[in-house]
Design a protein around this ligand. Structure first.
Ligand SMILES: [Zn+2]
Length: 352
């Protein structure tokens, strides 16, 4: 079987001092892996003190030598909060906030972003600030209960939801919440977008729907967190979307772009007067293999092909053709069966 190589595999290889020439010649490269390789070739494998990422930007890869937690002395938390490493994280949050605002995924002071910064602490956005115009100095450092340690502004009121996701998913390094109109339209309608239509969506997003609760309440956070074992992007009914990533904050943001573009495209395709075409279950299965190799959760991992692409809400009449279970062979009496058949034949003969 050919190996599937992701961008993360390549980053891990380089982080361990490996050589790209060691990659299997017949390996299947994911689209982001190809992009990363092109970028690496162009930039000569990055420079000392930095590590490449798929966006082509260099990141400062020097986290604190001793992992921080809510139990760390305040002086250590302060010094981390004012360090170049933390400054870089703050700038990443500002950058993502600007992109959310520019794409009209947030409105007013809506939306919030968080990055895991230690065992049980996170850096997050402030309340009452437009996500399009944040500065690094606006950010807040909180523990996983929402208690704020550092930052001149008050942390977002919706932080509990982000923290509950991080508590539930130890791999979650970043979370993004916003209100993109097309996706939120699906959330208001209570509809999970149909599947088997666009590869990007199938590979990178796993969408679930959480019921409505008052924003910022622990109950809302729990309902979302409960879905994160199998989903990385949650439609929050009558509210918006929240996503988490095991890679970085930009990856969590990408899920918003992918979901929003998908919901928009689905709406267009349903207005064209012909039923939308879909990929086959076998084609979807190939995409799910890539998804699994990237470490992205999906409730369909492990399902049989016949159980995939079952969009009944959008394609009435299409159902999963699961083969009926074979009748148990034991217990059948051949003589009784023959008698029943003979009687059936007689009745049929009289009717015709
Ligand atoms: Zn919100």
């Amino acid at each position: 079987m050919r190996a599937v190589i992701s961008a993360k595999d390549i980053e891990d290889l380089l982080a361990k001092g490996g050589d790209l020439k060691g990659l299997p010649a017949d390996a299947i490269l994911t689209p982001s892996a190809k992009d990363l390789l092109r970028d690496l070739v162009r930039r000569g494998h990055g420079t000392a003190g930095t590590s490449p990422n798929p966006s082509g930007q260099a990141t400062i890869s020097t986290p604190p030598a001793k992992p921080l937690s809510s139990k760390s002395p305040k002086s250590e938390l302060d010094s981390f909060f004012n360090s170049p490493y933390c400054r870089n994280l703050k700038e990443q949050i500002c950058d993502i906030g600007r992109r959310l605002w520019q794409r009209a995924y947030v409105d007013g002071n809506g939306g919030n972003i968080a990055i895991r910064a230690g065992e049980d602490i996170a850096l997050c956005t402030p309340t009452l600030v437009s996500k399009g115009f944040m500065k690094p100095g606006d950010m807040c450092l909180v523990d996983f209960e929402g208690n704020q340690f550092c930052g001149a502004k008050n942390r977002t009121s919706e932080i509990l939801m982000h923290l509950q996701i991080m508590k539930r998913q130890l791999r979650a390094v970043a979370t993004v919440h916003c209100h993109p109109p097309y996706s939120t339209g699906f959330a208001v309608a209570g509809l999970v977008p149909p599947t088997c239509m666009i590869p990007e969506y199938e590979v990178f997003a796993s969408v679930g729907v959480a019921p409505y609760r008052t924003p910022g309440t622990p109950e809302m956070g729990k309902l979302v967190a409960d879905l994160t074992d199998k989903h990385n992007t949650i439609l929050m009914a009558n509210h918006g979307v929240v996503s988490w990533s095991h890679n970085n904050v930009e990856d969590a943001y990408f899920k918003m772009e992918i979901l929003e573009a998908y919901c928009r495209t689905i709406l267009v395709s349903t207005q064209l007067g012909v039923p939308p075409k879909t990929m086959t279950p076998a084609q979807l299965q190939d995409l799910l293999k890539i998804k699994q190799s990237l470490g992205i959760p999906d409730p369909r991992h492990g399902l049989r092909e016949c159980e995939l692409c079952d969009n009944e809400e959008w394609r009435p009449g299409v159902t999963c053709a699961i083969a009926p279970k074979a009748e148990p062979a034991v217990g059948l009496d051949p003589e009784a069966e023959a008698a029943v058949q003979a009687i059936t034949d007689q009745i049929m003969a009289k009717l015709t």
